[in-house]
Each structure stands twice: as C-alpha cells, then as structure tokens.
Design a protein around this ligand. Structure first.
Ligand SMILES: [Zn+2]
Length: 310
C-alpha cells in the first residue's frame, strides 16, 4: 500500500470521509479509507494498493466487466449482460449525435470489447486497450475486435489520429489521471471527442448506501468524481464540456448491487424482497433526479456521462 496526495490537485491536506469494504473479500477484513481533499473536494482512496500489485484485486470471477469471459453466469451476471447491451446502444447513439459519420475510435479500458463490437457493426474503425489479459483475449478471439493488451503507455505514438476516445468507467481506476488525459489529448484529432463516464459521488444512490455503495468498489476505484471535479480535471488538459448525458440503467445496477452488498455485510437475507423493492424506488428516483439535475451545474445522476471536445 502507498499513501498519496490528492490525485487531482496534489495537495496532502485531506480528512477521512468513509471506511469502505472490498465487496469481494471476507466480512472481517480491515476496510479501505476514503479521504476528501480539503482543497479541491475530490474523494480518493488513501492509502491505496501500489499499481504493480493492483491487478490481483481484479482477479475475481464475480468482477462484472469481465463476465463475458466466464463460462457459467448467475442471475446478476445475466442482468449485467442485459444492462450492458442496452447501455452500448445508448453510448453509440450518443456519439452518432455529435459526428456526421463513422470515424476512428479508441476505447481505453475496453474490457471484453462489447462496446467496440457495437461501434464496428455500424462501420467505425475501432481499437481498444485493456490491461486484463483474459478480457483482452476474449475481445480479440470471440468478438474479432482490434484490442491491444496493456495501458495507454503500450500504444504506439500515433499522434492526433482518433475522432473519438472513450473511457467508460475507467478514469476512477487510473493511477495517474493527469498523465492519462495528456496521452488522450495527443491521440485525439483537433475538435475530436473525449467521452467519459464515471460514477457520480454526489448521486442519490451514493448518499443512501454510504459505505455499501457498490461504485466505491475499493480498492479498484481510486478516485470519486462529482461533475465539478471531473470538469475541472478535463479542462486542465484542454477539453471543454460539450454535453452532459445519462446512463439511466446504471441507477438500477448500482441500487441492486448496493443492496446485495449491504446484505452480504451483515444484513438479513429474510428482508431480501424488501431490499429489491427499495432498490427499485431508489433507482427510479435517481433516474428522475438525474434527468432534471443535468440541466444545472450540479448533476446528481448515478453516472456522470460527459462528452468533451478537444
Ligand atoms: Zn485535491
């Protein structure tokens, strides 16, 4: 583990905000600590696993983004699969609204490659980067999409060659968000789009589920953005906000998975039907609030989905 200053503004001055469990580990393990930066307000994991050892925390069969590579799927896996299919169509439509025709797209942290396959199906030239070997192999062998195993450091330096770079739930995982955004800036054409989706630390579901909010996902998620901190970070690297959008189904995923985590961390299984009911109420409310708040400067939707222009 390493102690770190704020990943956004590099200040060391912070206060403890929350102690959060690893959803894949036993109940009695020491929780991880989330601190809030006193200067910029970013919430981040401190201390955090050192980067070279972080891969081990992803090596769990239940880790949702890689479930395609699993042979047997449970109810939650199948639900996740359906949500993802729906989301990938919405993501494609969002991008198509801003560009006249198919171009070149890079998906950073592409997982098992389903979004790339969706874009390729309508004529986009796609490329993905994925750190997890099994997920990258699945994308190449099963979906026949062009995926490089590694990080942005492994990309050949082809400057300003992409029309769109996407990062779906990736920026909260990266060890050096400044470096990542600088590399993306170099890879994007002038006027190109950067599409970022991250969990919203100011969402209704985050407030309700507290330490059991599934999107804290320690120690895989290192920093937790709200709209202001996300915009601030991207603006620092020359990106400006073009559009705020929504991924409404994320609200349902977050609420259900957070209820599941709450039960796993000491809740009674007898109350499960009530938990599912509450999840439905929380998710529906989050969707409605998210929609309206997107018109203001403090969006509270479960996911922050922002299209930036270089
Ligand atoms: Zn800070």
């Amino acid at each position: 583990m390493e102690s770190v200053p704020c990943p956004a503004c590099h200040t060391k001055n912070s206060s403890i905000k929350l102690r959060v469990p690893d959803r894949f580990s036993a109940e009695d393990e020491t929780p991880f600590v989330l601190v809030e930066c006193r200067k910029c307000g970013l919430l981040y994991l401190n201390p955090r696993p050192i980067e070279e050892q972080s891969g081990a925390f992803y090596e769990n069969d239940a880790y949702n983004p890689f479930i395609s590579a699993k042979t047997e799927k449970n109810t939650f896996d199948r639900l996740y699969d359906r949500i993802r299919k729906h989301n990938n169509r919405s993501k494609r439509k969002l991008i198509e609204r801003h560009l006249s025709g198919p171009g070149r797209l890079l998906d950073v942290g592409c997982g098992t490659g389903e979004f790339l396959a969706e874009m390729a199906s309508v004529g986009w030239q796609v490329r993905g980067i994925e750190r997890d070997a099994k997920a990258a192999a699945y994308a190449v062998e099963k979906l026949r999409v062009n995926v490089v195993r590694g990080t942005l450091d492994s990309m050949p330096s082809v400057e300003a060659s992409f029309d769109v770079v996407t990062m779906w739930h990736v920026l909260e995982h990266v060890y050096n968000p400044h470096k990542t955004l600088m590399q993306i800036r170099d890879l994007l054409k002038e006027g190109g789009l950067l599409v970022v989706a991250v969990p919203n630390a100011h969402s209704l579901d985050a407030k309700i589920y507290q330490q059991n909010w599934v999107a804290y996902d320690a120690p895989r998620h290192l920093q937790h953005f709200n709209f202001k901190s996300l915009r601030g970070l991207c603006e620092m690297h020359g990106f400006s906000v073009l559009k705020k959008a929504l991924l409404p189904v994320d609200s349902f995923f977050n609420a259900l998975m957070s209820e599941k985590l709450q039960e796993q961390k000491g809740g009674s299984s007898v109350l499960r039907p009530l938990r599912w009911l509450r999840a439905g109420i929380v998710a529906n409310t989050a969707v409605v609030l998210g929609k309206f708040s997107n018109y203001f400067s403090k969006p509270v939707g479960s996911t922050l989905l922002v299209v930036f222009r270089k």
